[in-house]
Ligand binder design. Structure first.
Ligand code: CP
Ligand code: NVA
Length: 307
């Protein structure tokens, strides 16, 4: 049976840890020839722009001996030029896997339902699982562990926040989420994360106070205030998020050796100041690099022939 990765809910806890371990091995061996996707073709069906996700998947597939096609909104206009179901059924006749970046999460669900090949969510309005996997790997790499650490997510309760909630809960990282009122993460996703957290002993706290969230944290995480597709709300959002900037004053209450994380792209001067994102605590480019290594592990996990 084919497997999809639409959300971190699709991975059992032990599979998630196995993926992180495989990533470590792939990162160490990145100069060795690896042909686990030889003869396979993966397409990126992207409805939104991308730097990291597109490039790291294209390079990752290449490094695994496979072939990659980029199909932007001008080629595949999901649900407009033809139905999402027809796209899924057609592409399944040519391809071995699809990475999809969509506006609504329902589109990745529909693709998965109608495709006979694995669908990987390369970002939807609800989740960004590939980002969260790279983030968990980056955290493990920096601290040598995950359990018992505390991550403060400050900003919008968005796709990145949702995937981090599920991922952190699964590996025992406590998560404090600080958002302005009305920008909290979705209740149903918080409830699923709470269930995972109960199993690992992690603690999830929602607050409107950035100070409370960051206090004594090991990791400060920030994302844009205006996600792709929300451009019309920009003026209101920039006003609503004004007190949620990561700056030196806020970071002072984190643990001394805290790390700063951001999925990128970043807007310096909005959600984070330049001195923080370009400062000594920031690991944002390690995170970006780790997208490549984690996604190679995902591709092997979902697409490679099992021995
Ligand atoms: N972090 C991330 O997914 O970046 P892109 O939007 O550039 O792919
Ligand atoms: N929340 C952001 C993440 C970009 C990688 C967005 O959806 O635009």
């Amino acid at each position: 049976m084919k497997r999809d990765l639409l959300s971190l809910q699709d991975l059992k806890n032990n599979e998630l840890v196995e993926l992180l371990e495989l990533t470590e091995q792939l990162k160490q061996d990145c100069h060795q020839l690896n042909n686990q996707l030889k003869g396979k073709t993966v397409a990126l069906v992207f409805q939104k722009p991308s730097n990291r996700t597109r490039v790291s998947f294209e390079v990752g597939v290449f490094q695994l001996g496979g072939n990659c096609l980029y199909l932007g909104p001008d080629e595949i206009n999901l649900g407009v030029r033809e139905s999402t179901a027809d796209v899924a059924k057609t592409l399944s006749r040519y391809l071995d896997g699809i990475v999809a970046r969509t506006f609504t999460h329902q589109d990745v669900i529909d693709l998965a339902q109608h495709a006979s090949v694995p669908i990987i969510n390369g970002l939807s309005d609800l989740f960004h699982p590939c980002q969260a996997l790279a983030d968990l790997f980056s955290i493990r790499e920096k601290f040598g562990k995950t359990e018992g650490l505390t991550l403060a997510f400050v900003g919008d309760g968005n796709n990145v926040c949702h995937s981090l909630l599920l991922g952190c809960a699964k590996v025992g990282i406590n998560m404090n989420v600080a958002t302005p009122p009305n920008y909290e993460p979705q209740k149903d996703i918080v409830a699923i994360a709470q269930k995972y957290a109960k199993e690992t002993g992690a603690k999830i706290t929602l607050t409107h106070s950035a100070q409370d969230a960051v206090k004594k944290s090991d990791i400060i995480y920030s994302d844009v205030w205006v996600s792709m597709g929300q451009e019309e709300e920009s003026v209101k959002r920039l006003k609503d998020f004004a007190g949620y900037q990561i700056n030196a004053d806020l970071a002072r209450s984190a643990n001394k050796d805290y790390i700063f994380m951001h999925c990128l792209p970043a807007h310096r001067g909005q959600e984070v100041t330049t001195d923080i994102i370009d400062g000594p605590h920031s690991i944002v480019f390690d995170q970006a690099e780790n997208r490549l290594h984690t996604q190679k592990a995902i591709l092997i996990f979902l697409l490679a022939e099992k021995p």
